[in-house]
Every structure is written in C-alpha cells, then in structure tokens.
Ligand binder design. Structure first.
Ligand SMILES: [Zn+2]
Length: 71
C-alpha cells in the first residue's frame, strides 16, 4: 500500500497493514498529516490535515436535549 503525500509529493510506503484503513498518517518527509481512507488495497480518499486536529467523528446531534426527554 503506497500513497503519495499531497503536501510534498513524496511516496509513502505504508505496508500491507494499511490495505483497509481509515485515519491519519504522518509523512516522514515533510511532517504533514494526511487523513487517508483505503479499502481492499486501494486508496479511496486522501486529505491533508497538517497539524490541525480532526473534528471528533462522534459529535452529539445538535438540537437534542436528553434531559428534556427524561421524565
Ligand atoms: Zn510529505
């Protein structure tokens, strides 16, 4: 599994462990953070996140107040 860093264009060899993976990978060449998604050995999506922290994936739904529903 090899990807190309969107920041510097360097090839990153991730190995077979990343054939089915979704998460962050750090480019050793430029230090940029990449958010990647792979499936069955193929790359599905790459975005550069750099040092900015990713938003929490399980954010509570807005407008729902569990305290109001409990009685
Ligand atoms: Zn890079």
């Amino acid at each position: 599994m090899k990807i190309i860093c969107l920041s510097c264009g360097h090839k990153i060899d991730l190995g077979d462990a990343y054939d089915d993976y979704a998460g962050h990978v750090k480019c050793v060449t430029c230090g940029g953070m990449l958010d990647i998604k792979t499936e069955a050995g193929g790359l599905k999506a790459v975005t550069v996140t750099r040092e900015r922290p990713a938003e929490p994936p399980m954010a509570p739904a807005a407008g729902l107040d569990p305290a109001a529903a409990e009685k």
